[in-house]
Design a protein around this ligand. Sequence first.
Ligand SMILES: [Ca+2]
Ligand SMILES: [Ca+2]
Ligand SMILES: [Ca+2]
Length: 175
Amino acid sequence: MKRRFLGILTAAAMTLSAMPFTVSAEDTSSIAESCDFNSDGKVDGEDIYLITQRYLEIATQRTDIIADQSVRDKVDSNADIDKDGYIDMNDVLALGEILAESHSVGDVNFDGEVDAVDASMVLTYYTLISVDEEHMATADDYGIIFLGDYDKDGYINASDASDILCCYVSASVDK
Ligand SMILES: [Ca+2]
Ligand SMILES: [Ca+2]
Ligand SMILES: [Ca+2]
C-alpha cells in the first residue's frame, strides 16, 4: 500500500498526469493568497510540496511528516482547491496549474525571471529522473514539473534546459 502512494508522488508520475484545470482570475488571486501554507509571503513549490506531504499523512494515517501543526492546519483549511472534500493529488495539480498560469514558462524557481538558474535546475532535474524513475518530487521539482517543458513537446529534458539558456542569453544580449 505504501508503495502505491509513493509511486503517485514520484516526479515521473506527476509529469505524466498533469491535467488541465481552469479557474477564474479572481479565484486565482485568492487561492494564491490562501495557499501560502508555510507563511513565507509567497506561493511556490514549497507550498505545493506541503500539500503532497499532507496527502501522504492522510493516506498513511500519520501526523509526523509535517513538523509544524500550524502549517498542517493551514493546509487542512485551504488546500482543497478543487473543493471535492479531499486533499489529494488533484489539489497538487490544481495549485501547480494556477502557479503555472501566473509565471512564465521556464521560470521554474518562480522568481519572476527566466534565466541560467532555471536552465541549470531543469538540467539537474532531467539528469536525476533519467537515472532514477522513482525519484520523489521535492519542493524544487514542482516548478520544473509545471513550467519546465519550455518547448512544450511533452517532455522535460536537456533541450528545454538549453532552450531556456538560449532565451536568457539572447535576452541579455538585447539589453
Ligand atoms: Ca509559501
Ligand atoms: Ca526563475
Ligand atoms: Ca520539452
